[in-house]
Design a protein around this ligand. Sequence first.
Ligand code: ADP
Ligand code: MG
Length: 620
Amino acid sequence: MSRKIHIMPPELANKIAAGEVVQRPASVVKELVENSIDAGATKITVIVKDAGKELIQVIDNGEGMSEEDAVMAFRRHATSKIYKVDDLEKINTLGFRGEALASIAAVAQVELKTRPEDDELATFIKIENDEIKERTKGSFEKGTSITVKNLFFNTPARRHFLKTRQTELRNITDVIVRYALMYPNIEWRYISDDEELLNLKISTIQERIVALFGKKYSESLIEFRENTELLSVSGFLGKPDFSKKSRADQYVFLNGRYIYSKIINYAVYQAYEHLLETGSYPFFILFITIDPTKVDVNVHPSKHEVKFANESDIFRFIVSVVRRALASNDIIPQIKIQEGTAVQSFDSKITITPQTWNTKSFPTSSAQIYRIQTRQTDDISPRDTPGLIIGQQNDSQHTIQFQRQQSIESSTSLNSIIGRRIIEHSENTSTEERTIWQIHNKYIISQIKTGIMIIDQHVAHERILYERVLNNFKNSLPTTQQLLFPETIELHPSDYSLVKELIPELEKVGFAIKLFGKNTVVLEGIPADVRIGNERKILQEVLDEYKVNEQGGIKDVRDNLAKSFACKAAIKAGDRLTQQEMQILIDQLFATEMPYVCPHGRPVIIKIALEELDKRFGRT
Ligand code: ADP
Ligand code: MG
């Protein structure tokens, strides 16, 4: 069989190229809209029929094209945006490959109307199968209108590949929403089958977000901005309990272009770590500006993917920017009571800082409070948290000996927030005034400057213990209560091997465990936070929780163990707390890095503003 190499005819080459650039109606919309933006339009209208299969029309008021350019525009590799190889290094337009119009014209019937400001008459061109079918002059306002009809009429295979009408329309809407977000300085109209879906006036980005997503969004977002020599980032972050079950609401723009970047997404997730429940995703909008020579957007014809010259710098930068933005914001959920039902929303105007919860603002009753230091060393870091302690210390072993006596047991109803060493014996205040209440043995309510605050005692304690364990991992300074009577525990074989695997970490948490063989372990000590009498149970519960978390996708051993331990060792709903215990819990909570959210992402604190109460009681 003889073959002969030949250069493809342009129609064929264009059709092949079209396969990459124009995969579906939404890709046509994207290319046309990008051209309009590149043409400096301040008003863009997108009209679609039958989710773009029948018709896609994009009308802009941009710079338009001369007749000569209009004809050229449909040739492959025809572009006005770059001239030489060097230009590829510093692209500042959305298009540059000169492929879009040629590709679209290869798979649809295209009509172009265009007029630059200075020309009196507009150019009308009709193209089908890559051939100019009609070329006339007429009147048209300044700008360009491109109509794409019967997409893929000549490539039936592709037409069959299209998804349902709804899916294709959703894809188109996504494209428009992305660009409308990136360009609030452009007026957008979007009409589908004669129904106006969007009509967005030129506005600020904040107004644009509200117009696109609704008021609820704007209230739940944290705005941030940071500039460095390398790059500048600004944007909006969803507060943790505004998280989503899908990744849909994540927008990353790079130099004005919507992009998908694993690196950046991962950096954002990393920053949100521990603030979100597994399986939920943060809402975020990031606008990144970077020197165009530091990034390659020419990775794929769709230009969605990019490659950074210094990925790890970008990664670290994004993590730290997002972390800072989250940490510096009040992410306490606020309750707004509506029509008798509680609806959670956020209020970023009222900020409650840990200082508000300074111990001084909480007069305590006459019982004694012991302040303790958490480390053996003399330096007391600000994170070191106070706590209650009973029993005696044993300096040489970094441990505390506990007497398993009923009297000690009953001297506090909250052994689990017992701290480690007595270093200070705090002043007794004799004020009887109560500013903290426990309700239903479950929640702690307190007055704050702006209203009232409600704390879930279990998740609050969970947060405290979680951070304490993570600190133990970092500093290898566990605090163990040595048991006077070591417990021999027989475990399920799989639990036994799990313990074997986890022994170094379990020791850091504060467990002193010896493997005895035959699926038996001897528990010689337990973490200081664990209630005496619970030692056998706690180990099993921690192991069980660990396995559940592991199945749930928590890969990090330490994080998992910290979560499991915190969850199981924390005080429970139903545990009665004394005034001091509540006080200490609050103090410790606000000494944590993230007091507002539990390690699983549930809120720890909720506020009700005084104004809200006033409104409910008709005082306003
Ligand atoms: P690219 O955008 O990569 O340059 P296209 O095929 O999308 O390639 O467009 C080819 C050229 O046609 C552009 O470079 C531009 O000069 C011109 N063009 C396309 N659409 C418009 C428009 N809406 N307004 C003005 N000029 C346009
Ligand atoms: Mg283009």
